[in-house]
Design a protein around this ligand. Structure first.
Ligand code: FRU
Length: 467
């Protein structure tokens, strides 16, 4: 059974078999969270992309569904988003039964191989049965290539047009920049502006953007622009940077020149937020890194998603930063509780959450160990929070996998929550003011956890969705 497969997560989403990368088309509709994803069912490495599909009513337990969108003569189905077209602006449903509309990139592999440069373009598919089955729009593409070959990963949101009419805004990754397009009907798109050629990190190509309106702690309206980048992340390989600024008249202006990273671990990429969710910014990312994603030692499938997170803004020393808290729904997974009276414990399962308060906020350490002497060390020292997976089991499938990953932290660490699963660790300091997400492939499950003396109120929760 799935439960006994080596490295199969207990509570993270994975495909049953085959290859998965980015989350796609995340939309909430009629009480259901849809999660689509880059999927190649015929192999455990990347290949002709489909959109796989899963649904959840609580964000934490997922039902796998049949493949939603298949590649065709226009190309592979690359990343994109989905919206609820409530007013049937596209005309693809009806007023009585408005459609869900997916906007994705076609990647025409044959065109690429024959030397063309216009092989990525945007297209749409729609569903009039609540996201179960999808039809492609007859006149695809809706946004042809404009002369730059990297032209992908449309994230669409409702937006008020210049003339005051309701419409849509598309945020698109275009090589080393973002382009914004607007539309009245999701079918015809007009360029509004571009951003980023001289801003942010540029160690690799820009991918999978998301533009999110958020409220700052002082009550002002800010816009957060997520931009995934591969390579050029702070831990090598792929990672997600973000900008904070204003979005007015179709144009994004950042507040400052700071480079900010969403997650300082090596394994959180291409994440974006769910559309059609009121008042919350719910995020999920692909829990891997293009550096070694296709070499990790799982057999039947490759890659998991991160746990769902809720994004918000907080301020530290006058600087706004993005907080990624574990979604409140994660508490629904708590089964048995083990409050600790000593600083060492045996872990009850491969799926656990560890929680502690930090007394001397400048340092702490937590050591995880298994019966084979393999270890993971989580520490704060010298202004850095680190996760060391250099001797955490199977590490030599790629030279960059065994490493210590550190994040600068200039403010106090007051609490820590760690989500451990069969092949991952997600560390949240101060409920997500700082996050490090890493995959791990121990040769035997983590058995003991040891806490430094300044950690208190330690609780171990066994996590599962079954009772
Ligand atoms: C990001 C990405 C996207 C692309 C997809 C292809 O991981 O490279 O830019 O649409 O993966 O699978």
């Amino acid at each position: 059974s799935a439960e006994t497969e080596k490295y199969r997560p207990i509570y993270h989403f994975t495909p049953d078999f085959g290859w998965m990368n980015d989350p796609n088309g995340m939309v909430f509709h009629e009480g259901v969270y849809h999660l689509f994803y880059q999927y190649y069912p015929d192999s455990t490495v990347w290949g002709p992309m489909h959109w796989g599909h899963a649904i959840s009513s609580d964000l934490v337990s997922w039902d796998r569904k049949p493949i939603a969108i298949y590649p065709d003569s226009l190309g592979y189905i690359f990343s994109g988003s989905a919206v609820f077209d409530r007013e049937n602006s596209s005309g693809l449903g009806s007023i009585e039964n408005p459609p869900l509309v997916a906007i994705y990139t076609y990647h025409d592999m044959e065109a690429e191989q024959s030397g063309a440069t216009d092989y990525q373009y945007q297209a749409i598919a729609y569903s009039i049965d609540q996201g179960i089955s999808w039809d492609k729009y007859q006149n695809n593409p809706v946004l042809p290539n404009q002369g730059i070959k990297d032209f992908r990963d449309p994230k669409v949101m409702p937006w008020t047009l210049e003339n005051g009419n309701p419409g849509w805004l598309m945020t698109l990754a275009v090589m080393d920049r973002i382009q914004f397009f607007s539309s009245e009907n999701l079918l015809d798109w007009k360029m509004e502006s571009e951003f980023g050629q001289n801003q942010g990190a540029h160690g690799g190509v820009w991918e999978c953007p998301d533009l999110i309106p958020m409220t700052a702690p002082d009550g002002s309206q800010k816009w957060v622009l997520l931009v995934s980048i591969n390579p050029g992340g702070p831990q090598k390989g792929s990672a997600t940077q973000y900008f904070i600024g204003d979005f007015e008249e179709g144009k994004f202006t950042p507040d400052d020149q700071l480079i900010r990273w969403l997650d300082y671990g090596p394994d959180n990429y291409a994440g974006v937020t769910w559309s059609n969710v009121e008042d919350r910014h719910l995020f999920i990312g692909w829990m891997s890194n293009w550096l070694y994603a296709q070499e990790v030692p799982t057999e039947k499938w490759r890659s998991a998603m991160t746990i769902p997170r809720e994004l918000s803004l907080f301020e530290v020393n006058g600087t706004l930063l993005l907080q990624s808290s574990p979604a409140a729904e994660m508490k629904e997974l708590r089964r048995k509780t083990y409050p600790l009276s000593q600083l060492q414990t045996t872990l009850p399962s491969e799926g656990v959450e560890l929680e502690a308060q930090i007394k001397n906020e400048e340092e702490f350490s937590i050591l995880l160990e298994n019966e084979l002497g393999e270890k993971v060390l989580i520490t704060r020292a010298n202004g850095l929070v680190s996760v060391d997976r250099s001797i955490a089991g199977q590490v030599d499938f790629h030279p960059d996998f065994p490493a210590v990953h550190s994040a600068p932290m200039s403010w106090e660490s007051e609490s820590i929550r760690i989500f451990l699963d069969a092949s991952s660790i997600e560390v949240f300091i101060n409920d997500g003011e700082l996050v490090l997400t890493s995959t791990l492939f121990p040769n035997s499950p983590w058995k003991t956890a040891r806490f430094s003396e300044n950690l208190s109120d330690i609780v171990v929760y066994e996590l599962n969705y079954e009772d």
